[in-house]
Design a binder for this molecule. Structure first.
Ligand code: SAM
Ligand code: SF4
Length: 335
């Protein structure tokens, strides 16, 4: 841990923001059915922050007491020269920054695992919704399982701690919950289950695929002894230890409200829009401020953002509900 700066980011509800999710691109090589439509259109390149601007924004947050940064997207590893950014932010490790992590679909991990470790990354979250090649292809619609498994193996070999994220999807992968748990156990990976969130328009009605994690937990409860862990990340995850295997398992249940009061995070999109809540529209546009007013304007905008951070989200998944909670997909906000 490094010494804290004098001007921390504290919002109107007294919550300290110490964690930023930074989306480095809205683009992706997959089209996961719950995340984005097949014909998703992507942002014009000129609207997207340069790698230098992304590094400046990360630095501005670190200067205000942010100690953890997660790079995400879209698929962060499809951004050209993304390692320049990882290395630039990585240089702040031990100088304000405690942890730099990444959420990835794993498709490019085999290529980048060693470089990520060298840049100071120690943990990666890899999204993996199925271990069956056909089903994996059906869910991701452009992805292939084998390169992802190779990427995960490369990450492990490089010394990165791997956590697997699995979105629980009714009728699609609910029968893989126990096999996935077993596979993660055999590999030494933690596993986190995620509930689908109503973010952005997709082809299908999300309520058809919504599998409440209370059901997943009941299934695990019927097989194992679950020891609740006190550990909190300031996010919507709750963790248990499976006594029989020693595995740590997380449940991300964003549809419940009980994590908002301890929320410690904000999200920055690849165009520099700072969202104070995944499920609300409150935002501050950082890109033009940075381009026109430089770092001073950026710093002032962070204070403005703190005053705007809402108390919590208003997610609800209901059958037939026409509109998602917010119109932007997770790939735009940065999951
Ligand atoms: N492409 C990377 C990946 O898939 O890990 C990073 C970005 S992705 C948006 C981050 C996480 O959000 C993934 O674990 C994905 O499964 C999850 N996700 C995407 N859309 C979601 C939704 N509507 N509800 C719940 N999780 C979602
Ligand atoms: Fe791409 Fe990740 Fe969305 Fe899948 S979940 S489409 S990998 S951004």
């Amino acid at each position: 841990m490094t010494a804290q700066p004098a001007r921390l980011l504290i919002d109107g509800f007294g919550r300290r923001v110490s964690y930023v999710r930074l989306s480095v691109t809205d683009r992706c090589d997959f089209r996961c059915s719950y995340c984005m439509p097949l014909d998703q259109s992507f942002l014009p390149k000129r609207d997207v922050l340069t790698l230098e601007e992304l590094a400046l924004i990360a630095g501005a947050f670190i200067d205000r007491g942010v100690t953890r940064i997660r790079l995400t997207g879209g698929e962060p590893l499809v951004r050209r020269n993304v390692m320049e950014l990882v290395r630039a932010i990585g240089r702040r490790l031990g100088h304000g920054l405690d942890e730099l992590t990444l959420t990835t679909n794993g498709s490019q991990l085999a290529r980048f695992a060693d470089q990520l470790f060298l840049a100071g990354v120690r943990r990666v979250n890899v999204s993996l919704d199925s271990l069956d090649p056909d089903r994996f292809a059906a869910i991701t619609r452009r992805g292939r399982l084998a390169p992802v498994l190779d990427g995960i193996a490369a990450a492990k070999a490089a010394g990165l701690k791997v956590k697997i994220n699995m979105v629980a999807l009714r009728g699609l992968n609910e029968d893989e919950i126990l096999p996935m748990l077993q596979w993660c156990g055999s590999q030494g990976f933690d596993l986190t289950f995620i509930e689908t969130m109503p973010l952005g328009f997709i082809e299908e009605d999300r309520s058809d695929r919504y599998l409440p994690l209370t059901q997943v937990r009941r299934l695990l409860d019927s097989r194992f002894t679950l020891q609740p862990l006190a550990e909190r990340t300031g996010g919507p995850a709750r963790y248990v230890r499976i006594e029989e295997t020693g595995q740590k398992v997380g449940f991300i249940t964003p549809l419940t409200h009980n994590f908002c009061e301890s929320c410690n995070r904000v999200r920055v999109t690849a165009t520099g829009t700072l969202f104070m809540c995944l499920g609300q529209e409150d935002r501050v546009e950082l890109r033009d401020l940075l381009r026109q007013g430089g770092l001073a304007a950026l710093d002032a905008a962070l204070d403005e953002a703190m005053a705007l951070k809402p108390r919590g989200h208003d997610f609800v998944i209901e059958r037939g509900r026409a509109a998602p909670a917010v119109s932007r997909t997770m790939s735009v906000t940065g999951g």
